[in-house]
Write a protein that binds this ligand. Structure first.
Ligand code: M6R
Length: 602
């Protein structure tokens, strides 16, 4: 869960790499560092803390060179510290590396090298890569990288420089993302596209066990036998604007505000664009069961989708946490369609779930935001959310795009299964097409949500309740709040309160109740009354709320829509609520503590 970038070209690598690291900081931000290579050898500046501290340090100790590598870290092995920061060098200072991933056999390699008299300076797994490459160095960096990569167990995306071949930047990967960017003034390696968008949108996607050798003017690829490979250069359609804050204080707010547009793009693509072809090609009648598996918010999207699929298709749907999936001996076979949902397409647990599903013969369909990511490439079928780059750690627009794709998938399946008439289908599609404008209406009322959220910063704990599909979206509201505001939060099905949780309700507990299921209004309102009578203050969000606001009750109404698609509207209020609570607490919203955007470790 770190970000890596490397550059070789005509420009000074330091500002180029620093700029790239800023765009990668969402992947990890407990320490950062840069190494350049010039006539004097390696110049390395690295330290614990945010990138802004690294910039100051570089101002005090300038380095320069036309080739370099940079890293922003989310610690796994070894605490965040100056010495554990990347880049790491071999003890002879002849090889420098940056690493994203985990080396599982690092202890064995370390002991082996220590017995040969090599001394280590850090507690990281990554240092062994630099030490081993230096130890193996044969005079040919490609051969050395092959030998080194073959000795490593675990996951890695690596940027490597060698003192003996100072014009070459080497990249290799196994289970962690790495792209190669080709610009006019030089070539790049990077963990993802936004890191290099300021320079180019032309990329190669590196596959596992492929090696890239970059100079300022050439890019070559090799397999692990050292044989040359041909790869296609691809053009990415993300714009630089979409990866910049554009005047907003935080990426999260910008990404919330982008939702009407990205919803429209995603709906269009599923109805008549590239996604439509894939959706139409899926023969749902072949499957007895659908399993949706994902992590975090993507799992919550699956929880919402279950209600929609089951209601429209009358097919049994299971939603599994991807982190648990492979350990539960899942009951899946070739008659199961496994749907993987992931913004990054690089979440280690979701990748493992996909591989387990494939191993058991299931057909996989992935819903992904990042083109060229591991899941997108390995799943049998992939449809893309048209959310563009999502930088804030807390997902908003990608989640919303996942929801509409899942709805449209459910409608297509229901049609194919003969469960809905053309008239019903047309009505459902019209409802979905109304979501972007209704989302925009909610966003126009941002001030009132902001004002209310400002009064909620003092709570130690906030509960979210809902019934049926409102419960599914309550899970997302709660996750959003806790991850960025650090306020403890839980989500419950309203009917579950009386089975235990209600004992936590006392004077000035806060409860957020979602109410978009008209037929269940009386039920959720009775839960609201139960908690108010025990001292709670309640915020009701929904489109079927009959109660009037009062001393203990605040109401935020959203536009009317089919109950099945209402999560797409209630979630916007929930996102804004979480955002403004965190903003009022003055927190680092885009980079919440202990988290990283892309969780590439188990
Ligand atoms: O990239 P993915 O969608 O696979 O990521 C899954 C989760 O890590 C992610 O949704 C996480 O829960 C978000 N930070 C929530 O806002």
């Amino acid at each position: 869960m770190c970000g890596i970038i490397g550059y070789v070209g005509m420009e000074n690598a330091v500002p180029v790499i620093l700029d790239g690291l800023k765009r990668l900081e969402y992947r990890g931000y407990d320490s950062a560092g840069i190494a350049v290579l010039n006539e004097q050898g390696f110049g390395v500046v690295k330290q614990k803390g945010r990138l802004s501290s690294l910039e100051k340090l570089i101002d005090q100790h300038p380095i320069d060179g036309v080739i370099g590598i940079g890293h922003t870290r989310w610690a796994t092995h070894g605490e965040p510290s100056d010495i554990n920061s990347h880049p790491h060098l071999g003890s002879q200072h002849r090889i420098a590396i940056v690493h994203n991933g985990i080396i599982e056999n690092y202890q064995q390699i370390k002991e082996r090298l220590q017995q040969k008299g090599i001394s280590f300076v850090s507690q990281t797994d990554s240092e062994v890569i630099a030490q081993l490459a230096e130890y193996y160095y044969t005079g040919n960096i490609v051969e050395t990288v092959i030998k080194t990569a073959n000795a490593l167990e675990g996951s890695f995306a690596l940027g490597i420089m060698s003192l003996d071949e100072p014009e070459k930047l080497i990249a290799v990967k196994q289970d962690n993302p790495l792209i190669i960017g080709v610009a006019e003034h030089g070539n790049f390696i990077a963990s993802d596209v936004p890191a290099i968008l300021a320079h180019t949108n032309k990329v190669y996607y590196l596959n596992d066990k492929e090696i890239a050798v970059l100079t300022g003017s050439t890019v070559e690829f090799f397999n692990m036998d050292g044989e040359p490979l041909h790869k296609e250069l691809e053009v990415v359609n993300w714009s630089l604007d979409s990866a910049e804050k554009g005047g907003y204080e935080h990426f999260m707010l910008k990404e919330i505000m982008e939702q009407p547009k990205i919803l429209q793009d995603t709906i269009h693509s599923a109805l008549s664009g590239d996604n439509a072809k894939i959706i139409e090609s899926l023969d749902i009648a072949k499957y007895k069961k659908i399993v949706i598996t994902a992590c975090g918010s993507a799992y919550n999207a699956g929880m919402v989708a279950r209600y929609v699929f089951e209601q429209l298709c009358r097919v049994s749907v299971e939603v599994e946490l991807a982190s648990e999936f492979r350990y539960k001996d899942p009951i899946i076979d070739r008659d199961t369609l496994v749907i993987l949902v992931s913004q990054s397409g690089e979440t280690a647990d979701t990748i493992a779930a996909m591989r387990e599903a494939k191993r058991r013969g299931a057909v996989t369909l992935s819903i992904i935001n990042v083109v060229g990511s591991t899941i997108a490439k390995e799943a049998d079928n992939t449809i893309y959310t048209m959310a563009g780059p999502e930088i804030a750690v807390a997902t908003t627009k990608a989640f919303s795009a996942q929801l509409v794709l899942l709805y449209l998938l459910a409608i297509a399946f229901a049609r194919k299964l003969g469960r809905i008439s053309p008239e019903v289908e047309a009505k459902l599609v019209a409802d979905i097409k109304s979501i972007p404008n209704k989302a925009a209406e909610i966003l126009e009322r941002v001030d009132s949500i902001q004002k209310y959220a400002a009064s909620c910063v003092g709570y130690k704990s906030i509960f979210f309740i809902g019934r049926n599909i409102d419960y599914a979206i309550a899970l997302e509201g709660s996750l959003k709040l806790k991850e960025i505001s650090y306020i403890h939060s839980e989500a419950y099905a309203g009917g579950e309160l009386k089975h235990g949780t209600i004992s936590l309700i006392e004077d000035n507990t806060m409860v957020v109740a979602i109410s978009c299921c008209e037929r269940l209004y009386e039920k959720i309102y009775s839960n609201v009354e139960q908690v108010i009578s025990r001292g709670a203050k309640v915020l009701m969000i929904g489109n079927c709320i009959k109660a009037a606001p009062g001393e203990k009750l605040e109401v935020i109404k959203i536009p009317a829509i089919n109950e099945l698609f209402s999560p797409s509207l209630s979630v916007i209020v929930l996102q804004l609520f979480a955002y403004y609570v965190a903003a009022n607490k003055g927190l680092d919203i885009d980079k919440p503590r202990n988290l990283a955007k892309s969780v590439t470790v188990e």
